[in-house]
Design a protein around this ligand. Structure first.
Ligand SMILES: Cc1cc2nc3c(=O)[nH]c(=O)nc-3n(C[C@H](O)[C@H](O)[C@H](O)COP(=O)(O)OP(=O)(O)OC[C@H]3O[C@@H](n4cnc5c(N)ncnc54)[C@H](O)[C@@H]3O)c2cc1C
Length: 500
């Protein structure tokens, strides 16, 4: 390993996925004078939408809200395939010259903040050579997603090494996998499993979705009928915000009713499932979760494709527990055996905060699980640093766009006042620590202890609500008493907040 030469940038963005490209767009738009680069560990942009290549890969939220606020989604399908989303991200990067600012095969491994220099020194590994280079920047912004790219989550299954067929994790889909005429078992009940099952059922001999417990599943039209009707009379740039707001409000009402009137929403979802499946189908066993809607992420299926595959007899749902694998397939605790040629472990992701980057502030590692998130995008005690993480109950990009707007506003404010440092600090002792997320899903519970906390009140409370966030993030005061600004490279003590 060698240390490369040093270069200084105003802003360093980590990650060239949907969020990183959006972040660069905002920066370019609002603060065109800032120097910036995007460091991307992979060989291409797109993040999630480039990584996942399994059959049927698609969004499970609508593109009117998963799309950027600044770039209308103009294709007819609003629940759309991964390739179209990747092309949309690529197009955004290309049209705005952002692609020229991406440095590929650059994994950020560490970042050290120095108060005496008022800048970050960032340690970057070149993934092809292993060389380490150093850059410095005034502001560090991670858009690194929320999960590990190298390895998905697979629980331990007894006897799996003795299985005679092929085992695949959807995160590493073999390009040449031929499943035509094969017997496939997909383990899981989340978004990936419900996407894979109808897609593979088109060619496989039989596809079985093996789930330990059911998930709430609702069907939505792949093409939004209101968007379609509006497009006949209005241009895309007028249709996009209208449909976006319709979807924001509908999703928000649905989420809040799920929390306040779970019984009503349970009945509503069940009626949809009953209508989509043949009479007498055992909905109680296979589609009636033990938790309330939105205690875990709700799955959407476009045009009821999963239910259609089940109704046609091409796919089956089995709700049972795995006892062990044997050479032929899977033995279940009920005693049933599922023979398989291919087993897909759609068992989830390994969550990872900040792309695994080791931070230090003036020589000390911040205790991330003890830190509190400021507006769900900065960390208490960590200066000149932001991270983009989207909503869990609505489209990711709604929040990502707001984070970008805020960071640009913050940087503009610092320039206007000659500040070189901003850091959120919890000064009110009555603010109580709370877990960052209240999802009961296994993948969240497995990793929650590694994540920062949220606080009991704003600006430390994580509002999973776009409308409230518009008020707080887009319009809220920058000098709010919790964000401390200071100027001068050697200034280490935060200045008093300035009245707005
Ligand atoms: C299969 C799947 C389907 C999804 N569907 C939806 C959906 O329909 N709607 C929705 O709202 N959300 C969905 N999500 C969540 C989804 O990840 C987000 O919508 C969005 O794509 C996240 O974009 P991102 O740029 O923040 O992160 P990512 O897409 O994860 O991109 C992060 C980028 O950062 C890079 N990176 C990470 N760490 C480092 C580092 N240390 N150094 C350098 N580079 C680094 C990665 O290589 C990657 O390119 C889905 C997620 C998955 C896995």
């Amino acid at each position: 390993m060698t240390e490369g030469s040093s270069e200084h940038l105003d802003v360093l963005i980590v990650g060239a996925g949907l969020s990183g490209i959006g972040a660069a767009w905002h920066l370019r738009d609002r603060l065109p004078g800032k120097s910036y680069a995007i460091l991307e560990a992979r060989e291409d942009l797109g993040g999630t939408w480039d990584l996942f290549r399994y059959p049927g890969i698609r969004s499970d939220s609508d593109m009117h809200t998963l799309g950027y606020r600044f770039k209308p989604w103009t294709r007819s399908k609003t629940i759309t395939d991964g390739a179209s989303i990747l092309e949309y991200v690529r197009e955004t990067a290309r049209e705005n010259g952002i692609d020229e600012r991406i440095r590929y095969r650059r994994r950020v491994v560490g970042a050290q903040w120095s108060s005496s220099e008022a800048r970050w020194s960032v340690e970057v590994e070149q993934t092809d050579t292993g060389e380490i280079e150093r850059l410095t920047c005034d502001f560090l912004w991670t858009c690194s997603g929320y999960y590990r790219y190298d390895e998905g989550y697979t629980p331990e299954f007894e006897g799996i090494e003795g299985f005679g067929g092929t085992v695949i994790h959807p995160q590493h889909w073999p390009e040449d996998l031929d499943y035509a005429g094969k017997r496939v078992v997909v383990i899981g009940s989340g978004a990936t499993a419900v996407t894979l099952v109808p897609a593979m059922a088109e060619q496989a001999a039989q596809v079985t979705m093996l789930q330990r417990s059911p998930t709430y599943i609702a069907s939505l039209p792949a093409a939004d009928p209101i968007a379609k009707a509006l497009r006949r009379v209005l241009p895309d740039r007028a249709v996009y915000p209208l449909v976006r707001w319709k979807n924001v409000l509908l999703q928000s009402v649905f989420f809040h009713l799920s929390r306040r009137r779970p019984g009503m929403i349970k009945r509503f979802i069940r009626r949809g499932v009953e209508r989509a499946l043949p009479p007498g189908y055992d909905i109680d066993t296979h589609f009636t979760p033990r938790y309330n809607p939105w205690d875990q992420r709700l799955c959407l299926v476009p045009d009821g494709d999963l239910f259609a595959a089940i109704s046609a007899g091409r796919a089956e749902v089995v709700t049972d527990r795995i006892a062990r694998f044997n050479e032929r397939g899977i033995e279940l605790e009920s005693g049933r055996e599922l023979e398989a040629d291919i087993v897909v472990t759609a068992t989830g992701l390994n969550l990872l905060f900040l792309g695994g980057i080791k931070l230090s502030v003036d020589g000390e590692e911040p205790d991330i699980p003890r830190a509190m998130t400021y507006k769900g995008m900065m960390l208490s005690g960590v200066p000149n640093f932001a991270f983009t993480v989207g909503y869990t109950n609505a489209s990711w990009t709604l929040k990502a766009d707001l984070v970008s707007e805020y960071v640009c506003r913050l940087l503009g404010h610092m320039d206007a006042h000659g500040y070189s440092r901003c850091v959120p600090e919890v000064s009110d002792p009555s603010i109580v620590e709370q877990p960052l997320l209240d999802f009961t899903s296994g993948y969240v519970q497995r990793s929650l202890h590694e994540f920062p906390k949220q606080g009991s009140r704003e600006p430390w409370k994580l509002r999973q609500n776009y409308v409230i966030d518009i008020r707080s993030i887009r319009r809220g005061a920058l000098d709010d008493g919790s964000m401390r600004f200071s100027s001068g490279a050697s200034e280490t003590r935060p200045a008093d907040p300035v009245a707005v």
